[in-house]
Write a protein that binds this ligand. Structure first.
Ligand code: HEM
Length: 402
């Protein structure tokens, strides 16, 4: 039997290159009990897919590891716990369904497509601002502000106030990472600030509904949002967070991948109709969500083993998306890959509700970049990364010239 340390998710180098560890794990021990996660780590595509579709596997409460802090600290983080308890999919099953029903009312294909002109305008504004400079810092000047502006508009946040969104979103990320207490305090401060900011806007939508997302949430007259007065405010935070950090990663990392693979970039320039397929490959190759946790609500079989109720599972989407059984030559970035049934947006009952919006934002953004900046190239060979242990990292700085 392998010793637990054989698969050390926090070892040096794993953040930079998670796939060496994940490939080894998938080959040697695809359903692996990890003492570091206190759960079963799934790395085969088939197992991750089955787990994502398994209705007897539930999302654990969002307060998970805040609940495990020592008593005094737990009390300090009570306001964050009260909010996280209400986050989508992290509440009870019926509340989750109510949440999804409300959101699906807003995120129809027609509504998302209707956002295209506005996304285009916002992209153009951001690129106009750097047009004469010949250089662009992708993360701060495009990848972070674009999704923040889009989600800010969906939430009805006035343009002048959208600056705060970037800080709130970055700080709130802490609740989903292995970070220290100081970062958690910052996260809680930002979470409460955003909630306080949203309250009067929500009250205003109650008085005078518009066609934005908040108006849809306040118009629910039964179920989760009608019963829990704080659910709307808490889920505005969810939407900012889920809609922003992920899409921002897709834009910055996706562009870096294209620029690091000049033959793929040249192919895309020759055949712009490949853009949707290129975006799917960016999502597969390095999607924003590395893994999600589930807990068994009753006993079940998975990956050829029997599990009892109350066990934890880590669905490593990142490993599933590089499984050679499903994706030939999985570590190759290939914008023509087909089929490409990646799990970057999850699958099953928690499938991403914003997938169409994320794809639209990426499509508008990459198409505009390619059209407006024909000589686009990396200005520096060494991008700056922010580690996000155990398995991820985000670009913190990516300079390009055009
Ligand atoms: C590239 C961008 C994005 C990626 C990679 C992504 C990925 C994901 C993943 C993997 C899940 C499922 C998590 C699980 O298995 O429990 C998810 C759920 C979700 N996403 Fe996204 N997402 C993106 C963009 C967005 C956007 C733009 C929005 C909304 C504005 C959004 C809203 C949501 C919501 C509300 C859920 C929860 C769904 C539920 O529990 O029913 N996402 N996302």
């Amino acid at each position: 039997m392998s010793s637990p340390a054989t698969y050390d998710f926090f070892a040096p180098g794993v953040v930079e290159d998670p796939h060496t560890l994940l490939h080894r794990l998938r080959t040697e021990n695809p359903v692996y009990w990890s003492p570091q996660f206190n759960g079963w780590v799934l790395t085969r595509y088939a197992d991750v897919l089955a787990a994502a579709r398994e209705r007897r596997l539930l999302s654990p409460p969002g307060t998970g590891w805040l609940d495990r802090l020592p008593e005094a600290l737990r009390r300090q983080f009570q306001p964050a716990r009260d909010s996280l308890r209400l986050w989508a999919g992290l509440c009870g099953e019926q509340d989750h369904l109510d949440f999804q029903r409300a959101l699906k009312k807003y995120f129809t294909p027609a509504t998302v497509e209707g956002l295209r002109p506005r996304v285009q305008q916002l992209t153009d504004e951001l690129l106009d601002a750097v047009r004469d400079r010949g250089e662009l810092e992708v993360v701060e000047e495009l990848a972070r502000p674009l999704p923040a502006r889009v989600i800010g508009e969906l939430l009805g946040i006035p343009a002048g106030d959208r600056g705060h969104l970037l800080r709130w979103s970055a700080d709130i990320l802490c609740f989903f990472q292995h970070v220290g207490v100081e970062a958690l305090r910052r996260g809680q401060r930002s979470l409460l600030e955003m909630q306080d900011f949203m309250r009067p806007l929500i009250a205003e939508r109650r008085r005078a509904p518009g066609d934005d997302l908040v108006s849809v949430l306040v118009s629910q007259d039964q179920g989760f949002f009608a019963r829990e007065p704080e659910a709307i405010v808490a889920n505005c935070v969810t939407l900012l967070f889920t809609g922003h950090e992920t899409t921002s990663h897709l834009i910055s990392r996706g562009l870096q991948l294209l620029l690091r693979h000049p033959e793929q970039l040249a192919l895309l320039r020759d055949r712009p109709e490949l853009l949707p397929s290129a975006i799917e490959e960016m999502l597969r190759y390095d999607g924003a969500v590395d893994a999600m946790v589930r807990v068994s609500g009753e006993s079940l079989e998975l990956g050829g083993r029997r599990f009892s109720s109350g066990e934890s599972f880590v669905l490593v989407y990142k490993a599933a998306n590089h499984d050679p059984e499903v994706f030939p030559d999985p570590d190759r970035f290939d914008i023509t890959r087909s089929p490409n049934r990646h799990l970057a947006f999850g699958m099953g009952a928690s499938y991403c509700l914003g997938a169409a919006l994320a794809r639209l934002e990426a499509e508008v953004c990459f198409r505009t970049l390619l059209e407006r900046m024909p000589g686009l190239r990396l200005a520096s060979e060494t991008p700056v990364w922010k580690p996000m242990p155990p398995l991820g990292r985000r670009l913190q700085f990516l300079s390009v010239a055009f």
